[in-house]
Design a protein around this ligand. Structure first.
Ligand code: NIG
Ligand code: FE
Length: 421
């Protein structure tokens, strides 16, 4: 990655459209696109030491310059915040290309898992993998995320499923955080599934999670969030609640994989425990959306998983926007259910398959996603005091961005005021 120092003053001028995302939330179902994106035309911005210090019309930009000021001409293009990936399973070993092929011939995700494939398959490979190999794979994946304009990545453990292997994954995330410009936000997902060695006595695994793994993860300060896969074949709502409450006692903020393959109560649980987000939501209802809105739980839609598993029912974004619930989109990057790092494509699918307007979808991969990881005061917007994480796009009009689908519109990426792509 090319890197230029982010210290000192950076002035970005000649911005055709600056999408600040700096609007008030809560009206996603109604507000016009310009309000949702809070666009400044003919704009400029100034960053100092990696943070945004001024945003406005170029004609109002003061001329004070020093010899060390860096000037960047955006050529009349669109500039927007760096993307926020708020739900990924970044670290795993091996691949499941064979399962992709099986599904193409009609097998279902559930059948493959019941036959010993699925998450267990990746768990076995990941337990065997050394930290170095996981680290090297993680670096390459973060490089690719960055080229696609993603400057913050939430990353879940969950393919170790024993104390040692889960800690290994979280420690690799910590090393990546210090070695790569992308910010890595760690989530403990020891409750992904009950691993095979505990299937006869699931209670033992749940006790291990709440009495051993969560306290150790917290003691070493290795995660910010605690996530649970609440689904048939994974954890029941009661088990999920116990695990999330135990995590919360240790300061880990709850998150839930909810209503992905069936309606099993995960969204309601997420609202009840004050989760930062409920994710997937293909089978969520209007009542779920209302409860989530009341508790400030963000709806994270993962249309890539629905698509890649060849399911017919996509999450309905309108349920959430109409309820006044904040909405995010994410890739769910993982080797099984959604093997993509292209968040732009998720934006387009948010429009074609989840009923979101293009402006809402763009907000969902920036500000909405930042809220889903409780980082709305650091990233996801272009506003005074936030990190100078921004993209110069190969587009003169924001409406072109998601319309050219599957395309990477990124020309340049800045992380903390430093050019990284
Ligand atoms: O978010 N839903 C559970 N976990 C992942 C899938 C993990 C896998 O299949 O490896 C998901 O879709
Ligand atoms: Fe997931």
């Amino acid at each position: 990655m090319q890197e230029v120092d982010g210290r000192g003053r950076l002035v970005v001028r000649n911005i055709g459209q600056l999408l600040t995302m700096d609007s008030a939330a809560g009206e996603l179902g109604k507000a016009p696109a310009e309000r949702i994106l809070e666009i400044i035309p003919d704009a400029a911005m100034v960053a100092e030491d990696g943070k945004v210090v001024w945003v406005g019309l170029e004609q109002d930009l003061s001329n004070e310059e020093s010899p060390t000021t860096r000037i960047l001409d955006a050529g009349g293009r669109v500039v927007m915040p760096g993307l926020v990936e708020c739900h990924s399973h970044l670290l795993f070993a091996g691949n499941r290309a064979n399962e992709f092929a099986l599904r193409s011939m009609g097998a279902t995700y559930e059948e493959i898992a019941a036959a010993g494939g699925g998450i267990v398959n990746t768990m076995t490979a990941t337990r065997r993998a050394g930290a170095d190999a996981l680290f090297t794979a993680g670096l390459a994946r973060l490089d690719d995320f960055l080229k696609l304009g993603v400057t913050t990545v939430e990353s879940k453990s969950g393919y170790g499923l024993d104390p040692e292997s889960e800690i290994k994954l979280l420690e690799v995330m910590r090393s990546l955080q210090t070695r790569h410009p992308v910010d890595v936000v760690p989530t403990f997902l020891g409750a992904h599934i009950v691993p095979p060695e505990h299937r006869q006595e699931r209670r033992r695994y749940i006790d291990m999670l709440t009495r051993e793994m969560i306290p150790e993860v917290a003691r070493r300060n290795l995660a910010r969030f605690c996530d649970v896969f609440c689904e048939n074949g994974a954890f029941t709502p009661d088990e999920s609640r116990e695990i999330l409450e135990s995590g919360a006692e240790y300061g880990l903020i709850p998150k839930v994989h909810a209503e992905q393959l069936s309606h099993s109560g995960g969204a309601l649980l997420a609202a009840r425990v004050g989760a930062a987000s409920a994710d997937h939501l293909d089978f969520a209802t209007a009542d779920d959306a209302r409860f989530m809105a009341m508790q400030g739980t963000v709806a994270v839609l993962l249309p890539g998983a629905t698509f890649f598993l060849n399911k017919k029912r996509y999450p309905d974004g309108r349920l959430f926007t109409q309820a006044g619930c904040d909405v995010a989109l994410s890739t769910d990057y993982n080797p099984g259910s959604s093997h993509t790092r292209n968040l732009w494509l998720m934006g387009t699918m948010g429009c074609t398959h989840c009923g979101l307007a293009p402006a809402v979808a763009l907000r969902a991969i920036t500000r909405g996603a930042a809220r889903a990881i409780r980082m709305e005061h650091q990233v996801g917007r272009i506003s005074r005091g936030l990190l100078a994480d921004f993209l110069i796009l190969d587009a003169m009009d924001w409406q072109e961005i998601l319309y050219l689908y599957g395309h990477n519109p990124v020309l340049q990426v800045y992380k903390r005021g430093r050019r990284v792509v």
